[in-house]
Design a protein. Structure first.
Length: 156
């Protein structure tokens, strides 16, 4: 069984995000131990505050990553995988019970320094997603990956 962790800036504020996350967390429970940790968003006025905001959020994120985890930063410039390749990558990295920890930034994204310090930078696609939607897409892809690895019929 996989040990997964999602450390995200901000909380899911809308009921539909919460319902979607709850659904995928329930589905994943048969395949993985998954911990979701939320750290507070740092308030800002505009994008000119990005460096300051990202630095503070990075400190909060780093403090919540389980020791010894394989760290994956969600970043639009990161590596893109097919669902099958993503599943194999998770299997390889999670072998032996190692925790795989995904980091999701806030509205201004993750700092370059944090992204570069991670083991992998992962792109969910070339479109820009809100950080709430990115969390749901990640949870769905984690569920898809685990069903692929268990030869279930969710993925066609």
């Amino acid at each position: 069984m996989f040990s997964l962790c999602v450390v995200a800036v901000g909380s899911l504020k809308r009921s539909y995000w919460k319902e979607a996350a709850s659904d995928y967390l329930k589905r994943l429970s048969g395949y993985a131990r998954l911990q979701v940790v939320e750290v507070p968003e740092v308030p800002f006025r505009d994008a000119r505050d990005a460096a300051r905001v990202q630095k503070h959020e990075a400190e909060h994120l780093m403090a919540r990553i389980p020791h010894g985890s394989y760290r994956i930063a969600l970043d639009s410039g990161g590596k893109r995988f097919s669902s099958e390749t993503f599943a194999r990558h998770l299997a390889d990295q999670g072998e032996g019970g190692r925790t795989i920890c995904f980091l999701i930034g806030g509205p201004l994204g993750l700092s370059r320094e944090l992204v570069q310090s991670c083991d992998l930078s992962l792109s969910l696609g070339t479109l820009t997603l809100t950080h709430q939607l990115a969390r749901i897409v990640l949870l769905e892809q984690l569920y898809r990956a685990t069903t692929i690895l268990h030869n279930k019929t969710y993925h066609y």
